[in-house]
Design a protein around this ligand. Structure first.
Ligand code: PLP
Length: 372
């Protein structure tokens, strides 16, 4: 209660960091909390817990066009990425240079595929790396980038992978709920997703795995999740994830509103300050994301100035310490230092209103004018 009161006037435009918990997810979590029930127990309480998990598995598989047998619950997107990259035991791994730290950290030795100055995967470079790669080969490319929103050419990656007989892992953590996903039709071998980006709780995610793919578990023990991920399941998290996925699948109207808000924001700023810049504006981007350069003020100072005005935004990449480091994504795009240092990420979501965006525009212009 205190938290809500304190944050009543905050304009939250940092959905790519985490989205507010959806009411449907909150109810589902509360419903299972406090019920003793280990899904592996044979008694009725155990069976009830198991039903919660299977219901959620079915909600999620329906949402992403997968079979229930494809869904392996993990502790989040990070673990899903690590399981895919380490568990597939490939001799060479090719990743894009704009992947999330979860991927970069899991396989620091991986070959990096270049991106264009608009943050789009360089397919020709991928092809040349594939020609040299040892077999079996795994390609890991994110569906959409968390900082710029740029949507990657997944179908072209899949086609090249078929040509070179390589496996494909896609980090779809930011794409989930923002782009239509059909796992079985996509031809992708493994897909990472996470609940908290779509209004589910933090600490729960899943790796979606092609059924006949052999994958070595990272977490070993009791053999849960058909032996692919041991450990007593996060029942409340799983219940919340399923409910969020189902709620998300009914949100088409919200999607239209979000793109309108984002475009309104970008147009207003560029009209008033033509020297501002939207990163990768001409590329296909997620409808909710805007990476915006403010001339003359570094990202860290901008984030603090917005915070003082009650607006929650992000500098491209924040470490867990809260410190801001230079964005490896913008660096990989070979942008000039000034653009890299002065760009923040604004990411909208279903709870944002026209009023929020007007306040955001007003504050953006105020911070710009005060510093120039
Ligand atoms: N992959 C991408 C693209 C992300 O944006 C994130 C979270 O920011 C992750 C992976 C990690 O997901 P989680 O926070 O669930 O571990």
């Amino acid at each position: 209660m205190k938290f809500l009161e304190k944050n009543k006037r905050v304009v939250y435009v940092d959905y790519n960091a985490t989205a507010p918990l959806r009411p449907e997810a909150k109810s589902a979590i509360i419903e299972v909390l406090g019920n003793p029930g280990n899904p592996s127990s044979v008694h009725s309480m155990g069976r009830q817990a198991k039903n919660v998990i299977e219901r959620s598995r079915s909600q999620i598989s329906e949402f992403i066009g997968a079979g229930q047998e494809n869904v392996v619950f993990t502790s989040g997107g990070t673990e899903a990425d690590i399981l895919a990259l380490k568990g597939s035991n490939c001799s060479s791994i090719l990743i894009s240079s704009i992947e999330h730290d979860a991927v970069l950290g899991a396989v620091p030795e991986a070959n990096r595929i270049k991106v264009s100055e608009n943050g789009l995967l360089d397919i020709e470079h991928l092809k040349s790396l594939l020609k040299e790669a040892l077999k079996p080969t795994l390609i890991s490319v994110m569906w959409a980038n968390n900082e710029t929103g740029v949507i990657q050419p997944i179908e072209a990656v899949r086609n090249l992978a078929s040509e070179f007989d390589a496996l494909v892992h896609v980090d779809a953590v930011q794409a989930l709920g923002k782009l239509p996903i059909n796992f079985l039709n996509s031809g992708i071998d493994m897909l990472s997703i996470s609940a908290h980006k779509i209004g589910g709780p933090t600490g729960i995610g899943a790796l979606i795995i092609r059924e006949d793919l052999s994958l070595e578990p990272i977490m070993v023990g009791g053999g849960q999740e058909r032996g692919k991920r041991s450990g007593t399941e996060n029942l409340a998290g799983i219940a919340g994830f399923g409910a969020a996925a189902e709620a998300c699948s009914r949100q088409e109207d919200a999607d239209k509103k979000i793109v309108h808000l984002r475009n309104h924001f970008e147009k207003a700023i560029i009209t008033k300050v033509p020297s501002a810049k939207i990163i990768a504006q001409k590329e296909k981007r997620l409808d909710n994301t805007s990476a915006i350069f403010m001339p003359g003020l570094n990202a860290e100072t901008q984030v603090m100035a917005f915070d003082l005005e009650g607006i929650a935004v992000s500098a491209g990449a924040a470490c867990s310490s809260g410190k801001v480091k230079q964005s490896h994504v913008l660096k990989a795009m070979n942008l000039p230092d000034e653009l890299i240092n002065n760009t923040i990420r604004i990411s909208f979501g279903w709870q944002n209103s026209e009023e929020d965006v007007n306040r955001l525009i007003e504050v953006w212009l105020k911070i710009y004018q005060d510093s120039n």
